[in-house]
Design a protein around this ligand. Structure first.
Ligand code: ZN
Length: 291
């Protein structure tokens, strides 16, 4: 028996088993960690792909996920207001918490002191930077650096995975840019202000948002203003995340004929969206078919 245990221990020690334990706040980060870490990393996520990442109820089971983790990656910029409670509750004093926003060229950063009492869910600027594929590469580099510093012997392996991911994104980026030429310069309505990075990257114009302010529910008076905008600017499309209620967009559709396009803005947000690249493919296809 002792011999068997010894053999097992040696086998575990010398095998390529996952040696860095990672928890990702979102499924997009989860997917990027898998791309860079592959079999050297075990990774789990907190917010589901069909869930609003701004509002996640912290469950004891999420704290347990973090208890034994080495690294917790999050989007940062205040997207995961719930993550502080999660980290405290994990009672994991050796946990490394890494915001992937560090090297991002941030948009809509306010020059006033943010006040959460206004209900503003973007108090530190717009945190939805992952919808620009160029930013996925910035996030992947941040993940690579964190994994390499956690496991120096695997640095070259992680670097190779990073290079492969970047080159796949670059190839797809040409395809997405070509496809989006068809709708370049068009004005669209969006539900939440999650689309500023995507719109700027691909040359879309934003006519307005169904939410009066980020995180503030649609209102009849704001919808009435949007009807005027849709008519005066001849807007054809509202793009929204599939986890929001579509009742306000559907009212706008009934009044004006505007199309409501629901997409996933996270991995696993829809059945066909199983990777970051799937997600951008899906969004691009939906927008070019419906705009
Ligand atoms: Zn937001």
């Amino acid at each position: 028996m002792k011999k068997i245990i010894l053999i097992l221990l040696i086998a575990i020690a010398s095998s390529n088993y996952a040696n860095i334990k990672v928890v990702a706040s979102t499924t997009v980060i989860y997917d990027l960690v898998k791309e860079i870490g592959k079999d050297k990393v075990s990774v789990d996520f907190i917010a589901r792909g069909d869930q609003d990442p701004h509002f996640v109820e912290v469950l004891p089971s999420y704290m347990l996920k973090l208890r034994n983790a080495d690294i917790f990656f999050r989007i940062g910029m205040g997207l995961e207001m719930w993550s502080g409670q999660l980290i405290d509750g994990s009672r994991n004093s050796s946990l490394k918490v890494i915001d992937l926003s560090t090297d991002i060229d941030k948009k809509e950063v306010p020059n006033y002191k943010p006040d959460a009492s206004y209900g503003d869910v973007h108090p530190f600027g717009n945190p939805h930077y992952w919808l620009d594929p160029e930013n996925a590469k910035v996030m992947a580099k941040e993940i690579y650096e964190a994994l390499a510093s956690e496991s120096h012997q695997d640095e070259a392996y992680f670097k190779k995975n990073l290079d492969e991911f970047n080159s796949r994104v670059d190839t797809k980026m040409q395809e997405w840019t070509n496809s989006m030429q068809k709708v370049k310069g068009k004005s669209l309505l969006f539900f939440h202000a999650s689309w500023v990075y995507f719109a700027e990257r691909f040359g879309l114009k934003t006519a307005g948002f169904v939410e009066p302010k980020p995180g503030i529910a649609p209102s009849p008076s704001h919808n009435a203003e949007l009807v005027q905008i849709i008519k005066s600017k001849n807007i054809k499309t509202i793009v929204m995340e599939n986890f929001y209620s579509d009742s306000a967009p559907n009212q706008l559709s009934q009044l004006t004929g505007v199309k409501v396009v629901k997409v996933a803005t996270a991995v696993y947000g829809l059945k066909s969206v199983n990777s970051y690249i799937d997600m951008i493919d899906y969004i691009v296809n939906q927008i070019i078919q419906n705009s």
